[in-house]
Design a protein around this ligand. Sequence first.
Ligand code: 5AD
Ligand code: SF4
Length: 452
Amino acid sequence: MSKHVYIKTFGCQMNERDSEIMAQLLAQSGYIPVAEQTDADLVILNTCSIRAKAEQKVFSLLGSLRKQKKQQPELRIAVAGCVAQQEGEQIFRRMPHVDIVVGTQQLYQLPEMLGRLERNETKREISCNLDKEFTIPPFQRLLEDAPHQLAAFRKFVTIMQGCNNYCSYCVVPSTRGREISRPVADILEEVRLLVARGIKEITLLGQNVNSYGCTNAVAEEPTGFADLLTMVAAVPGVQRLRFTTSNPQDLSTELMQCFRDLPNLCPQFHLPVQAGSNAVLKRMNRKYTRELYLEKVAELRSYCPDIAIGTDVIVGFPGETEEDFEQTMDLLETVRFHGSFSFKYSDRPHTRSTDFSDKVEEQVKGERLQRFQNRQDAISLERNQEFLGKTVEVMIEANRSSGSQGRTGTNHIVHFTSPTNLLPGDLALVTITHAGQHSLKGELADKEKSNR
Ligand code: 5AD
Ligand code: SF4
């Protein structure tokens, strides 16, 4: 009888990609994915620990799984990802109904771990050491087994894992370990295989893609991120290319020039600033100033005037004064980000800022977050209105009788009516007629498919 697996993913795109890898590995052991937790023989929570709230969500879902396991004693529960890495054995103590704890470097071992449980060789499985010598295995063999045509038209490709920056608030160095880059040859091979299976859009993933290759000897030749990007862009069939996430301190001119030089690199840049005050940036151990950040934004725009820049902001970092926060608001007015993710600061295990004094009151954090988000929402709307009357190229995501949905190179969602012969992954030219806060509406400008 076939077994069913339900994977719930929390957190970032790195985790989404890891969940996909787990699903592919498990498919080779006969597990079929299901959409409902209650239909599963195996539930995997691929967890995130970046903020306190993310971690709380994991534990509350684990709590509710206890009931399901009472009714269904054969159910296996696995905790993977950053909370697994952070808590290790503790998870079994807090949640005795959990069967497997698998760390961020061990997800590839999941089938073997499950096998030992199924054969009753062990009662519980845990593997979550962080190894400095760890290398990311090539995923090609997974793709070789995949159906000829993949259901999707866009995919993530992990190019590096971990982070060496030690921002004082950030849990990632302790959950994902030191920075490790994948070899160029592995990455290019994976991209080629994806394109051969119909993938048109590739997003390169890493916690700090800008320092790709610089940090270890695994990338066989000294290839920087701009070089890697250029090589991936040159793979025939890559119609759209994106990447995330960048640290402003490592953002090189060569990388910025890629936006001028590579026609398939989408004009979108996620560049987390975190705070607008130099005093706060210093305590965050971010190695740039607000002035440097603004210079980088100006330089980027000089190479690609229409680039959509997004950011991440933390409000209420320990010691953040009203004046410091005003500096963040001021930076928002200066850059006028197309969009941003903003968060209230929360203490995380093994981070330096957890021990900082002058914690900001919860209520003050809430007020600052609200002020920031209100202003960002208004700016996002104004930014979207800049598209009115323009004709943009969108890649189709969904085509329903009620209309189509696509995405611009700048990563804006566009709704429009279209003839039904357009398929997900096709490109179309759309003239924008309406701009909302979260999406655009338009009309097909060119009935012919554009085949760039
Ligand atoms: N508290 C609040 N937000 C945080 N982030 C990272 N660590 C914390 C923390 N301790 C935010 C940053 C980062 C995003 C992924 O999450 O803005 O860029
Ligand atoms: Fe969350 Fe960071 Fe782990 Fe991604 S790497 S799951 S954002 S803690």
